[in-house]
Design a protein around this ligand. Structure first.
Ligand code: FBP
Length: 553
């Protein structure tokens, strides 16, 4: 079958289902919510979803609660349902379990239902490229990594022709609901689709599921996105191994860039797991308005300090989003985005430089040519710079090396600096999901099924109370609009779901800052080892999530 012993073993794992979904249940309205920013403007742009076309704008959460076991009081089916599901954006461990959870919910409460899997992401919805998902196929993907059962893609469904194509497909399948498993941009599109469908009398409801290894799709109602836990565990295992190698060989600095397009949640979590000599945290860089030179100076200071102790080795963690957070590089990127939106030829670097302000042109011209080209690469369909293609770890190695040479010439650095670069990204996205992700994803899929069955639209499925055992988890939905604010994209202000960045005074960051001076000079490296599925080390939660949940964040 191509499945390893461990994969086969995982097929048999049965994730615990929250109690409330096991018995008869119903949906009740919860607290009111406002958009994160620009509430009135955003409600005006989504009049049907926010109900402003009726003169009021009550964005409300919903909760799934146990119902009395009377025939007309539960969510048991009066009829089978027709549901579509699509994976959108980057892979994240646990995606298959969301689809399987959705399927299992339908089979239990709405037997005879149909589940349409759209292939290769949102494009599959627009082009009506699909396959019907049935138990025998789904069973082969239980608790497995990857998105390959139906594939994913980064296409947006946002423009009028794209929305019309999606509506046509949903009508052709007579779908009651469409479940979008995606990150912030994909779920911004979910809200747009939900609005479009309501406005045009398309009966299909749209429900989102929070997916991304980046961990930046979270808020008061969504404690974490799925995949973050597993990806951090995979990266932390590898970082731990490298730290022990560095400590054994005593001759290299390892600069490890970690995925996480914007926020540094992954880097922070991995730092808490492994205790590196330095972890750059983007949000701190932004808060202090540090520029490229400041970051380089801090790394060089740490290397010089260790050299005084006779240590010329260590590990530096670099979040892939760093370029967008250093104020000077970020200003340059904003200018480049506007220039590229104007249609200036990105291949003509002289023309590009001519359109930049003097400071940005100076910085741009002083960057290594490879980094310059990477900054000019095409934006993704949502207008984002493709930060995973920018080799910031190599840029830092080069600039730190130059700074240390300068210090050597001045007599203030007497050590050696030999550095190696790594990028840990794609290898963390399709791992076998941890017990936490397998369980969380199953619960998310079942919750999404429950929301669609209740005719809910424009919501994100939520599973919370994660510090409790899984059978006690709460489930419900929160309005996608409540997560939105206005953001400058491709030269325009657009309503988008706000990314959750690391809180620099939050418990996870405080935990790191209280230890980092010690980790910089001591070698307290911690090697978490591979993900454990069984036994007392098969923990369910990651450190920073546990910290934040315990602190009530
Ligand atoms: P999502 O936000 O879509 O989940 O993607 C996350 C991510 O893994 C980022 O960490 C990374 O920057 C990006 O995808 C890489 O994208 P691609 O797979 O298109 O190279």
């Amino acid at each position: 079958t191509g499945l390893s012993h461990v994969c086969l073993e995982r097929l048999a794992y049965v994730p615990t289902l929250p109690e409330v979904l096991r018995g008869r249940h119903e949906i009740v309205e919860g607290d009111r919510r406002e958009c994160v920013g620009g509430h009135d403007i955003i409600c005006g742009l989504f009049p049907h979803l926010s109900n402003t076309h009726n003169g009021h704008a009550p964005l409300r959460m919903v909760q799934v609660v146990s119902a009395a076991a009377t025939p007309n009081n539960g969510s048991a089916a009066e009829r089978p349902l027709r549901l579509g599901v699509v994976l959108s954006g980057g892979q994240a461990p646990g995606g298959h379990n969301v689809i399987i959870g959705l399927h299992d919910y339908l089979q239990r409460w709405h037997p005879g239902s149909t589940l349409v899997g759209f292939l290769n992401g949102p494009r599959g919805v627009m082009q009506n490229n699909y396959k019907l998902l049935q138990a025998d196929e789904l069973d082969g993907y239980r608790n497995q990594g990857g998105f390959h059962m139906i594939g994913s893609g980064r296409d947006a469904i946002a423009k009028p022709d794209q929305l019309a194509a999606a509506a046509k497909t949903c009508m052709e399948h007579d779908l009651d609901g469409l479940v979008v498993i995606g990150g912030d941009d994909s779920n911004t599109n979910s809200a747009t689709m939900a609005e479009h469908f309501l406005k045009n009398g398309v009966k299909t409801t749209v429900v989102g599921v929070p997916k991304t290894i980046d961990g930046d799709l979270k808020n008061a109602d969504v404690p974490t996105s799925f995949g973050f836990d597993t990806a951090c565990k995979v990266y932390s295992e590898m970082i731990g191994n490298i730290m022990i190698d560095a400590m054994s060989a005593k001759k290299y600095y390892h600069f490890i860039r970690l995925m996480g397009r914007a926020a540094s949640h992954v880097t922070l979590e991995c730092a808490l797991q492994t205790h590196p000599q330095l972890a750059v945290i983007c949000e701190e860089v932004a808060a202090h308005r540090w520029g490229l030179k400041d970051v380089v100076r801090q790394v060089a200071d740490m290397v010089a300090q260790r050299a005084e102790l006779g240590k010329n080795f260590g590990v530096v963690l670099v979040p892939e989003g760093l370029v967008e957070f250093m104020h000077d590089v970020s200003a340059l990127i904003v200018e480049l985005n506007e220039i590229m939106a104007m249609g200036v030829n990105a291949n003509d670097q002289l023309d590009v430089t001519a359109h930049l302000t003097a400071e940005s042109a100076d910085l741009f011209n002083n960057l290594p040519p490879g980094i310059r080209s990477e900054l000019l690469e095409e934006r993704d369909p949502h207008g984002n710079v493709q930060v995973s293609h920018i080799q910031t770890e190599k840029l830092l190695i080069k600039l730190v090396g130059m700074e240390l040479m300068r210090r050597k010439a001045q007599g203030t650095f007497r050590g050696k600096f030999s550095a190696l670069s790594h990028f840990f990204g794609y290898e963390g996205r399709c791992s076998l999901p941890s017990n936490f992700d397998a369980t969380y994803c199953n619960a998310l899929g079942q919750t999404a099924g429950c929301l669609v069955a209740a005719g809910q639209t424009g919501l994100m499925a939520t599973v919370s109370n994660l510090d409790q055992p899984a059978n006690k988890w709460s489930v419900g939905g929160t309005p996608l609009l409540s997560m939105m604010h206005l953001e400058r994209r491709s030269g325009r202000d657009k309503p988008v779901i706000k990314k959750a960045l690391v809180e620099i005074h939050g418990p996870a960051m405080t935990s790191y800052t209280s230890m980092r001076a010690i980790w910089a000079i001591q070698d307290w490296c911690r090697s978490p080892g591979p993900i454990q599925f069984k036994g007392h080390t098969s923990d369910m939660a990651n450190i920073s999530l546990a910290l934040e949940v315990n602190e009530g964040h």
